[in-house]
Design a protein around this ligand. Structure first.
Ligand code: AKG
Length: 194
């Protein structure tokens, strides 16, 4: 259990209300066709956009070629807050060059999985709610064998996981509440390993 606890963290209010508002406005302005299925065989599930300048085996035309400056600014703001709280993560190798943006309607989440080793073993995830006031708080779940560790992700929070929590554990977005209003957006900032 200890590495799940030690190598994961959530920071409340990691981004300011104005930054959150303008990022949400930018995201909501994206055309619907920008959203791609996580699994290409399930074309109705349009829930993800990936931005990166670097490609690896799973990349495809669906990837935009850079992290848009409007969203990069949000990641950098969160990084400043989180690195002060989690100094032990590999921040020296972490220069945001990739963003995986997920949108979750009520009841949806992401099943347990690991991320590719082509990225630095550190994920910085900012969570934004379209209607934070009327939506229950959603969570991330980290698991290793029988050990599980839950990290709450309220509006404007940033979670981080790194080291063995990245390489050895799985992570999942718990299904959002059926009572959720609007979408929950997760912006996971990553850095390609040199
Ligand atoms: O919703 C999240 O923050 C996690 C998303 C995720 O696990 C992924 O995109 O690989």
């Amino acid at each position: 259990m200890s590495f799940l606890k030690d190598n994961t963290c959530t920071v409340r209010h990691a981004v300011g209300p104005e930054s959150a508002r303008s990022a949400l406005q930018w995201i909501k302005g994206l055309p619907d066709e920008a959203w791609k299925p996580v699994d290409p065989r399930r074309s109705k599930d349009r829930s993800r956009i990936k931005f990166t300048a670097r490609f690896f085996h799973a990349a495809s035309d669906a990837w935009a070629t850079r992290v848009p400056p409007e969203l990069l600014a949000l990641g950098e703001e969160a990084m400043e807050e989180v690195r002060a709280v989690v100094p032990g993560a590999p921040w020296g190798d972490f220069q945001i060059d990739t963003l995986v943006l997920n949108r979750y309607p009520a009841g949806k989440g992401v099943h347990a999985h690991k991320d590719p080793e082509q990225w630095v073993p550190l994920v910085l995830g900012v969570t934004l709610y379209e209607d934070a006031f009327n939506s229950p708080v959603n969570k991330m779940e980290f698991a290793h064998g029988r050990d599980k560790w839950i990290v709450p992700t309220p509006h404007r929070s940033a979670y981080v996981f790194h080291g063995q929590a990245y390489t050895d554990a799985t992570h999942a977005r718990k299904p959002c509440s059926k009572k959720q209003r609007g979408h929950v957006y997760s912006l996971t900032f990553r850095s390609y390993a040199a």
